[in-house]
Design a protein around this ligand. Structure first.
Ligand code: NAD
Length: 254
């Protein structure tokens, strides 16, 4: 993928850990200048350092995607720093309220929708307006397998991720003629720091989950990042409105 993103610049949200970090590092390895954003300054700065250690170019901007003013500032800062916004990976997502809906605290519903769905809306809104100024661009959202199938005890998360799939389709129809593509990735179980910790503390449950996966293994943040690079690159210019499952085939039978 070396050189695939040469001359392009953009942003990744929630890039201080896991999938967002995987995407930011992969985009930079492919030649892009990357604005690494996260609500955690520590995680975000670590990602910037990884990119710089690999010989890439990156900067950090702190942003909580559930606050529209912070999102607007992130987009503006990216354009100010790198000159234009060619791509954006809207990746921030949380999963609160792991209970049946009758027991759900409305606060968990509100915060999950606020980060996952409103955050994506704020990002897309300001990103398309920035991209229109430079002739177009590519947006990739992070949905989930939970955006394709139902998941018990995860109603707010599942609702928000299904909504991302629909949002992606609508925006694709609105902005195709203006040179903007928009797609989502739907990661399956992906080895992030949280899952690594759980795998170490619960090896039997971890092995049982692996048994359910057609590929026999979880994906890595790098696997997710590679899909993001492709969807942000010119190779994907005819792909828009799509949610790409990156899950080793898990949702193929759903
Ligand atoms: P992670 O826990 O490794 O990292 C999440 C990052 O998001 C952290 O750095 C955190 O500081 C940041 N963050 C949290 N709230 C934020 C906010 N309001 N604004 C900006 N940043 C915020 O997470 P991950 O597992 O890499 O998940 C990333 C995305 O991938 C999420 O949208 C998640 O729903 C999705 N996803 C993950 C998996 C998986 O198995 N890991 C599967 C499907 C989908």
């Amino acid at each position: 993928m070396t050189g695939m993103m040469e001359g392009k610049s953009g942003l990744v949200t929630a890039a201080g850990s896991g999938i967002g970090r995987g995407a930011a590092v992969a985009l930079a390895k492919a030649g892009a200048k990357v604005m690494v954003s996260d609500v955690s300054e520590e995680g975000g700065q670590e990602t910037v350092q990884i990119i710089k250690d690999n010989g890439g170019e990156a900067a950090f901007f702190k942003c909580d995607v559930s606050d529209e003013e912070q999102v607007k500032a992130l987009v503006n800062k990216t354009v100010e720093t790198f000159g234009k916004l060619d791509f954006a990976h809207n990746n921030a997502g949380i999963n609160k309220g792991l209970k049946p809906i009758g027991e759900l605290d409305s606060k968990d519903w509100d915060i999950t929708l606020k980060v996952n769905l409103y955050g994506a809306f704020y990002c897309i809104k300001h990103e398309v307006n920035a991209m229109l100024k430079s002739g177009g661009g590519a947006i990739v959202n992070t949905a989930s397998g939970a955006g394709i199938e139902g998941s018990p005890n995860m109603a707010p998360y599942t609702a928000s991720k299904h909504a991302i799939v629909g949002l992606t389709k609508s925006v694709a129809l609105e902005y195709g003629k203006k040179g903007i593509t928009i797609n989502s990735i739907a990661p399956g179980a992906t080895i992030t720091p949280a899952i690594e910790g759980w795998a170490k503390s619960s090896p039997k449950q971890y092995e049982a989950v692996l048994e359910t996966l057609p590929a026999g293994e979880m994906s890595t943040p790098e696997d997710q990042g590679n899909a993001v690079v492709f969807l942000c690159s010119d190779l994907a210019k005819q792909i828009s409105g799509v949610t790409l499952a990156v899950d080793g085939g898990y949702t193929a039978g759903k």
